[in-house]
Write a new protein. Structure first.
Length: 368
């Protein structure tokens, strides 16, 4: 079950987790163990909230989210099941709101106090209100019908939100707003413009200075959705070095769904990169429509970005520096020895010449 505390903005865990929560939340819980009267205070009540799309028969129909395609001015009617999976009677508030992406790309919903302006504002329940309140006993489920009226001036593309069931758990000092939502993807027909763009792309090298053959490149990039269609993406990243030679194999990853007009920043690490000094990381982003409805699939062009960073082989440089110092030292010593040898030879030559001159002078004096 997906539960959280309401603040200014409400981070969720993404469409997949919303679907998982909606699928699992209405499963009948195991009955809690009954405590003796003397132990009643030792077993606190638990809060449990669940929502799940329902079919015309009022039963779960296997959907993980609400998905619609309509023309401007059109209305659609649907149903949702709201259940109490806790162990005590709970007061529910059910309403619709808009979705957005957090700075890290997480799928999020507006806080309870924030007023929706898109699909969250288009939904009304049977009584014409934008929210309903009621109480449910443990394991009790209520079926709610609602209508989404697409405005006549609704812009083409995806409008995303969530149908929220909220239970406020009162505390002595802090009240906790436990909310569970089923996402709403409403596509307005018209000129669809699916596109993602990488607005910034940077890289840095991380590795052990003593091991030139092991390291990684950390990619830091920002992705924007300038179009009008919600898109997720698979990515393939790699690193090349001198003359385009691969420094490591291609490595895959993904980014979650990015809603129209939203921007998020991600990090991805490419491992197994040696310290080749010059490194050329690159990423190919392949966007796609993450929808169970095949009619909403679209073809989107991939995006490629690359940059340059440096993996300095410090150990190799240190070894080369030591080798250069040793080479220069040996060369200096050899030159010094050669100079000393030349000086000795010169000295011996001068001594020999002087001795020869002395002998020659002595011989000349003796003959005279």
């Amino acid at each position: 079950m997906l539960s959280f505390t309401s603040r200014r903005r409400l981070p969720a865990l993404g469409v997949a987790l919303l679907a998982l929560a909606a699928t699992l939340a209405l499963l009948p819980p195991t009955a809690p163990a009954r405590a003796d009267d003397g132990d009643a205070a030792a077993t606190p009540a638990t809060v449990g909230v669940a929502t799940r799309p329902a079919g015309e028969d009022g039963r779960p129909d296997g959907r993980s989210r609400f998905t619609y395609t309509a023309d401007p001015g059109q209305t659609v009617t649907d149903r949702v099941l709201v259940g109490n999976t806790g162990t005590a009677r709970q007061d529910f508030t059910v309403y619709a709101t808009d979705a957005f992406n957090g700075g890290d790309g997480a799928f999020s919903l507006l806080a309870t106090a924030d007023t929706p302006t898109a699909v969250g504002a288009w939904l009304r329940f049977d009584d014409g209100s934008d929210r309903v309140k009621f109480s449910l006993e443990p394991d009790e489920v209520r079926l709610l019908s609602f209508t989404i009226a697409f405005p006549a001036d609704a812009t083409p593309g995806d409008h995303v939100g969530g149908l929220v069931a909220s239970v406020v758990e009162e505390g002595q000092q802090v009240s906790v707003d436990r909310r569970v939502a089923t996402s709403i993807f409403a596509r307005v027909s018209g000129d669809l413009q699916p596109a993602l763009s990488i607005t910034s792309y940077d890289a840095s090298y991380e590795g052990d200075w003593w091991n030139p053959f092991s390291g990684s490149v950390k990619l830091h990039y920002t992705v924007s959705n300038p179009g009008n269609v919600a898109l997720a993406a698979n990515l393939t990243s790699g690193v090349a070095t001198w003359f385009g030679i691969p420094a490591t194999g291609l490595q895959g990853g993904s980014i979650p769904m990015l809603l129209p007009g939203n921007t998020a920043t991600y990090e991805f690490t490419v491992g197994g990169v040696g310290q080749w000094l010059y490194l050329n990381p690159s990423t190919v982003l392949n966007p796609f429509v993450d929808s169970p409805d095949s009619s909403q699939q679209l073809t989107v062009s991939p995006i490629t970005r690359d940059t340059v960073t440096f993996g300095v082989p410090w150990m190799l440089l240190i070894l080369l520096a030591l080798a250069a110092v040793i080479f220069l030292l040996l060369r200096w010593r050899r030159r010094r020895d050669e100079e000393r040898a030349r000086e000795w030879v010169d000295y011996m030559e001068r001594a020999t010449a002087a001795e020869a001159e002395g002998l020659a002078g002595a011989a000349k004096s003796g003959s005279s």
